[in-house]
Design a binder for this molecule. Structure first.
Ligand code: NFS
Length: 665
């Protein structure tokens, strides 16, 4: 069914000029997007589903629970709190499973690289040495491939470990945090095991106490954040290079009229890296020219886009909610997808054009799409086969429209190592300057904006949150589709510092960095955990992550991965605010998540639908932490001498910190 857009009148929640531009063109008139489907449904989402109280874990139901109404509990007697906690824990399990399976593939690729069975190589030897230390791998007398092989095999063993020992990477957390996790009994053991245990405990008739269910939710979230996600980030960096600041562009306008356009959509960088290598291969370039094109133009979509943007500066065409719009240009020869966040509708949209949707992973096929299995042992050959298929489509391209005006420059590539270098420079390579800037108040605190975009909300919510934060001197770290969205509105450039508050603007101007730092894909949220730990270890800002003036949000979250990410930040001590969460249909469980968790972990969840108020809540939390640290007065620009700094590093802090005890039984 076609929808009349009349200059995109129906796009009332879309502010992205390129999206509006493309959808208003004649060639897009038959394209139905997720936004259209939201409008067409004409009904509100199910109340029970959206507040967490629809139970489908057995066949006596489904049961729709109303908290406080006796006859509206589950057939088995399950309460709203049990049902909401079970559903929530299952979302954590699903999100953590996605990161974990992704990470496993990356580690298998890493091992093949170490064995010399791939076209890749061990690039970052400094990070290899760091990881060797973490895993206790002896490096003396071994070459880099031998060291990498040992690390890879030990990392893989952490996924299936059956012992009760905590996973290796947990030791990277601040000492006080590790002690807390041990005391609470939430140290993850085998990464896969924690996900399986959630599924067991939330099966009908097993764990029926919401606080106990969420202990396992917390444990599985740590297996994700400090386990699989962090392993994936670190080993991918070693193999493909740790990102460094690099200029690039974002927007649908990065497609090229004169080239074979191939969009790379999904998550696992093994495929994307191989495509990058194949796109400049002589044979492929010659074939593209023979077809009448200048060459192959790769453009990213979603987190795979972020991976190659960060490491190679490959432009990003679209975030999650633009994946259909990028096809509606009629200028894409192939959209290559692997796993996660791929809407089934891309196949339907592609039918209006000459575009092939090419699935590449046996786990993720789409009815009607072309499947070319990516062979990890012959990645370059697979990539070339995919590109040849795309090149074959170039001559079939019909009318197309590429919005040219809106392309925006971005500076990306802020790994946690880069923050060292950016702020510390060559001679002061540490987090000291960042900590000092926070202590002095030039930087008020850190705000993490992560996660998806979602048609439920207008597409400018990330922007509203980010502008409010930087205006108030909060340095923003961004990942995922949120980061792409902030790039689209010009916030990933050093020039955007002119919109920051005076303190943050001064810091940005001094080092030439943007006020919003693009830190990578969603898996790379683990970089933020390491950055937070580095700030703690540097001293002067407390002894644990929960002492830091920082707050996180995934305003327009869509994926279960965002729930797992949010939970590992909370379990690590952060304040995390989302625009909605499926927990509000249960009184005790909601209170537990939004209030009592803070007594346990020092971090907690919060919900705020209005993006401006959401940002203000983040700032209020940052200010609360500043006051607890005794650095709230320093915002009046006191110049610190060494003695004052030393005082701040110890005496300024409360011993109690933010730690409470375990939940009462
Ligand atoms: Ni993250 Fe990346 Fe985007 Fe959301 Fe999906 S692509 S892993 S889940 S939608 S940020």
């Amino acid at each position: 069914m076609a929808i009349s857009r009349n200059g995109c009148e129906g796009c009332n929640d879309i502010t992205c000029p390129s999206t509006i531009d493309v959808l208003s063109k004649d060639i897009a008139k038959n394209v139905i997007t997720a936004h259209d489907r939201v409008q067409m449904r004409g009904m509100e989402a199910c109340l029970f589903g959206s507040t967490g109280t629809c139970c489908r874990v057995c066949n006596m139901g489904p049961c729709q629970i109303i908290d406080g109404v006796d006859e509206m509990i589950g057939v088995c007697g399950a309460t709203a709190d049990t049902v909401a906690a079970r559903n929530y824990a299952r979302a954590i399990a699903a999100g953590a499973a996605a990161h974990t399976d992704h990470a496993r593939e990356m580690i298998r690729g890493f091992i093949e690289t170490a064995k010399g069975n791939s076209p890749h190589e061990i690039k970052d030897e400094a990070k290899l040495a760091t990881m060797a230390e973490v895993f206790g791998v002896e490096t003396e007398g071994k070459d880099k491939n031998e060291i990498a092989l040992e690390i890879g095999e030990l990392a893989l063993a952490d996924f299936g470990s059956q012992t009760d020992e905590p996973i290796t990477m947990l030791k990277r957390a601040p000492a006080k945090r590790q002690e807390l996790w041990k005391r609470l009994g939430v140290e993850p053991r085998g990464i896969d095991r924690e996900i399986v245990e959630i599924m067991h405990r939330t099966h009908m008739g097993v764990d029926q106490y919401y606080k106990n269910i969420m202990l396992q939710g917390a444990r599985a979230s740590l297996a994700d954040g400090w386990g699989s996600s962090m392993l994936s980030t670190e080993l991918t960096d070693i193999m493909f290079g740790t990102p460094k600041p690099i200029r690039s562009t974002v927007d649908i306008g990065v497609l090229r009229a004169d080239s074979v356009n191939v969009t790379v959509h999904g998550h696992e960088p093994l495929l994307a890296e191989a495509l990058c290598m194949a796109a400049t291969d002589e044979e492929i370039v010659a074939l593209a020219k023979k077809a009448g094109a200048k060459g192959v133009n790769l453009a990213g979509v979603c987190c795979t886009g972020n991976e190659i943007l960060m490491r190679r500066g490959v432009p990003v065409a679209a975030g999650f909610i633009q994946q259909e719009v990028v096809l509606a240009t009629g200028a894409v020869e192939a959209m290559v997808v692997d796993v996660q966040c791929i809407m089934q509708s891309v196949q339907e949209v592609s039918k209006s054009f000459h575009t092939d949707i090419i699935t590449t992973n046996y786990r993720a096929k789409i009815d009607g799409a072309t499947h070319i299995q990516f062979d990890e042992e012959a990645p370059l050959e697979s990539a070339k086969e995919i590109l040849k298929k795309a090149i074959g489509n170039f001559k079939k391209r019909g009318d197309f429209y590429i919005p040219q005006e809106k392309k925006l420059d971005v500076v990306v590539g802020f790994s946690h190592e880069t923050v060292n270098y950016m702020l510390g420079g060559r001679f002061r390579n540490s987090y000291r300057p960042l900590n000092d800037a926070i202590i002095s108040g030039r930087i008020r605190g850190i705000g993490a904006i992560v996660g998806c975009d979602n048609y439920k909300m207008p597409d400018n919510h990330h922007e509203i949150v980010a502008r409010e934060l930087i205006k108030n001197d909060v340095l923003v770290l961004a990942t995922g589709c949120a980061a792409t969205g902030l790039g689209r509105v010009g916030l990933l450039t050093p020039e955007a510092a002119s919109e920051a508050g005076p303190g943050l603007a001064e810091v940005c101007a001094t080092v030439g960095m943007p006020p919003v730092l693009h830190c990578g894909s969603c898996v790379d949220n683990s970089r933020l955990l390491i950055a937070a730990t580095a700030m703690v270890k540097e001293g002067g800002l407390g002894e644990d992550i929960c002492d830091l003036p920082l707050a996180g949000t995934a305003p327009s979250w869509m994926s279960e991965k965002a729930v797992a990410i949010g939970q590992y930040f909370v379990t690590s001590g952060a304040y995390v605010v989302f625009q909605n969460l499926p927990i509000t249909g249960s009184k005790k469980f909601h209170k537990f998540m939004a209030e009592e968790m803070e007594e346990i972990y020092g971090g907690r969840w919060d919900i705020e639908e209005d993006p401006l108020k959401l940002a203000q809540k983040m700032i209020a939390h940052i200010d609360k932490k500043r006051a607890e640290l005794g650095i709230d007065k320093q915002r009046e620009r006191v110049l610190f001498d060494m003695e004052m700094r030393r005082d701040l590093g110890t005496g300024g802090l409360t011993d109690a910190g933010c730690h409470g005890g375990p939940p009462e039984k």
